[in-house]
Design a protein around this ligand. Structure first.
Ligand SMILES: [Cu+2]
Length: 232
């Protein structure tokens, strides 16, 4: 039999060595649906998967900076979830300055931010936006505010595992490439007064998972239409 050409062999060897050693053989996407106690879709819920097998899960930061945009005096998205160690990039697309800082979270404003930061972002001018990067090296929740605009509020959540997502308007979130096996789903919502109980889940192939918040968050007010166009 013919040996592989040398450059092909080298490429094959490189591909093998680039595979992360911890990557599970079986990995699938897990669709999670979260509802309120009365069965309505629950948006803005962070869903993190924590395997219960006991195996250590190495850090797997997002490969690219995760954007939180300042636009029309809001943080977009309202809730951002990242794997621990990820870089979050705050981008100002408004035509005036913002002074971004970590703030206390929880409905009573009594929960200290997991990660502290503070910086001013100059106005976006001439199509040029300004930005600042923050490495999120502390797990848990951090409130985001603006020193100049008291109504601006966002939330950031860092999961110790790479499998984390935020539910959309229909209460659904997809966790990508989760390992097969027993796991707990951890839920977090910015308005929760007490921690949510972990939801046991058996991850296998394409089966989905259901979870229920232990309270009904108040709907978020829609953006003020008067701001549309004024700053765009
Ligand atoms: Cu601001």
């Amino acid at each position: 039999m013919h040996a592989l050409p040398r450059n092909l062999r080298a490429a094959a060897l490189l591909a093998l060595t680039l595979l992360p050693a911890w990557l599970p053989v079986h990995a699938a996407d897990l669709n999670v649906t979260v509802t309120t106690p009365d069965g309505k879709p629950a948006p803005d819920v962070v869903v993190a998967l924590l395997p219960t097998g006991g195996a250590a899960v190495p850090l797997a930061p997002a490969p690219e900076p995760v954007l939180i945009v300042q636009r029309e005096i809001r943080f977009e998205p309202y809730v951002t979830a990242v794997p621990l160690g990820s870089t979050v990039r705050f981008v100002n697309r408004d035509r005036f300055d913002h002074h971004v800082r970590s703030v206390a979270g929880g409905p009573l404003g009594s929960i200290a931010p997991a990660k502290s930061f503070e910086f001013r972002l100059a106005a976006a001018r001439g199509g040029r936006e300004t930005s600042a990067d923050v490495v999120i090296d502390a797990p848990g929740a951090t409130g985001i505010g603006c020193h100049l605009h008291g109504s601006m509020r966002g939330h950031l959540y860092a999961s110790p595992t790479p499998w984390v997502a935020v539910t959309d308007a229909t209460g659904r979130a997809t966790l990508r490439g989760v390992p097969d096996g027993a796991a707990n789903l951890r839920l977090w919502h910015p308005d929760q007064l007490v921690a949510q109980a972990d939801v046991p889940a058996q991850v296998s192939g394409s089966a989905g998972a259901q979870a229920r918040l232990n309270f009904s968050p108040r709907p978020r007010p829609p953006p003020r239409p008067s701001l549309k166009g004024e700053y765009e």
